[in-house]
Design a protein around this ligand. Structure first.
Ligand code: PSV
Ligand code: MN
Length: 424
């Protein structure tokens, strides 16, 4: 769907005066506002190809219509998001949901939309039609060697698709585990999985990374073979320097201190990928920042501090991706909200007075430390995010623009009311 430059211009014109008023106010209190804006302009978060349709639950799926019917339309949808917010310039593909049949055409289309290919995702958590052997009892952990080999071959095939598209990383999320005590020999499951990951690792091109994603539970409910950051870290360390842990915000047991996990993984140089979402109970896949925005800020605070301590580039040294798709919102509006929340938390983390915080920590001044973090969190930095978007050529208010331009209605008109995108 094409968005005309003049409609962006007229939308911005209406809101510009009020935006400038807010920006002037915040710029007078935030020193380094210009530096924060410059960093925000560079930041990119990838959109997964499976988040563009209304997500289902095991109880049903209620499509809102106009969902992308193929990879080309998914790329167009992400291109549209990027056009509006100028911060979603990357797409992450899940294979086999989105096999690029004609890689050069797909690559060209992505480039036209200003997108690059982020991490490739393999899928050994579902059986596909025509698949020879079943993953019902796991993939890389399976007691059956032929099933393990099938999963290895699939991952190697995913790398091949990624190479054709110019991606440089593979995310492996395994649903492997067990539902009942006694079902699995934990040590053997780990060793099989490690050996499979080693074979996949060997197939990585020189400049590639592999991200090992962990998840506490679901679909297995008694044990998970990559169940927490410790297990993921163990695999990543044993695999070698191209292997990293991937943190997905929804993959922890309730109340886990994710910011501490992030800090320690960065310290070890082993945090490579990040999946954003939010949750109240588990892997709820809700809009990023919709439930626990303070936690999101605290996590970003550690990300920025930890990356800076290691001299890492905020944009290119981490695979940033949204991993959420739920069932009540328009998926495109939802993604715009998620990106906005991520940008805001990033801005807040950049605004933390590191020197003052360090001093408070050194003096065991707990109250001052809390004041610093909470004052930062409660400072309204939204005009900086908006300004970054404006300077980059985006729209002042993406959700309002989406609605005013009746983009969903147009998509339904073009694609139909009954389309269902591939994904969960
Ligand atoms: C699993 O819950 C996960 O977080 C993995 O990243 C998958 O690739 C994605 O969600 C989609 O199922
Ligand atoms: Mn994930």
């Amino acid at each position: 769907m094409q968005v005309e430059q003049y409609s962006i211009g007229s939308h911005n014109e209406v809101l510009l005066k009020e935006h400038k008023r807010r920006l002037d106010y915040i710029s007078s209190t935030v020193k380094d506002a210009a530096k924060i804006i410059a960093k925000l302009k560079d930041f990119r978060v990838a959109i997964p190809s499976w988040a563009l349709g209304t997500g289902g639950t095991r109880f049903g799926r209620f499509s809102g219509g106009g969902e992308p019917r193929n990879l080309e339309e998914k790329i167009e949808d992400i291109g549209l998001l990027h056009k509006l917010n100028q911060s979603s310039g990357a797409i992450s593909l899940h294979i086999p949901w989105d096999i690029p049949e004609n890689a050069s055409h797909i690559k060209a289309l992505a480039a036209q939309n200003g997108l690059r290919f982020d991490a490739m995702n393999s899928n050994t958590f579902q059986d596909q039609p025509n698949q020879e052997l079943s993953y019902k009892f796991g993939s890389l952990q399976n007691v059956n060697k032929a099933i393990r080999q099938q999963a290895i071959d699939h991952n190697i095939e995913v790398i091949k698709y990624g190479v054709e598209l110019g991606s440089t990383s593979l995310t492996v999320w395994l649903s492997d585990g067990s539902c009942f005590p006694g079902q699995l020999n934990f040590r053997e499951a780990f060793q099989h999985t490690l050996s499979g990951l080693q074979d996949i690792y060997k197939a990585l091109p020189g400049d590639w990374k592999i991200f090992v994603e962990y998840k506490a539970f679901e679909p297995n409910f008694y044990s998970t073979t990559v169940g927490d950051w410790g297990q993921s870290y163990l695999y990543a360390s044993k695999l070698g320097p191209k292997a990293y842990t991937l943190v997905d915000l929804g993959h922890h047991l309730p109340n886990a201190n994710i910011e501490q996990i992030v800090a320690l993984l960065l310290m070890e140089g082993k945090l490579g990928g990040f999946h954003f979402n939010d949750s109240k109970y588990g892997d709820d896949d809700l809009t990023t920042g919709s439930i626990k925005p303070y936690q999101l800020f605290l996590i970003f605070n550690e990300l920025v501090e930890g990356m800076d301590a290691k001299g890492m580039d905020h944009v290119s040294d981490m695979g940033w991706m949204i991993d959420a798709s739920h069932n009540v919102k328009d998926p495109l509006e939802d993604l715009l909200q998620s990106v906005e929340a991520i940008m805001l938390s990033y801005a807040q983390a950049l605004f933390v007075d590191r020197k003052a915080l360090k001093e408070a920590q050194q003096n065991n001044d707990v109250v001052a430390a809390q004041e610093i973090l909470q004052n930062t969190f409660r400072t309204d930095l939204r005009p900086l995010v908006t300004e970054a978007r404006l300077q980059a050529g985006g729209v002042l208010d993406p959700v309002a623009f989406f609605r005013k331009e009746k983009i969903r209605e147009k998509l339904i008109k073009n694609r139909g009311a009954k389309t269902v995108a591939t994904g969960l």
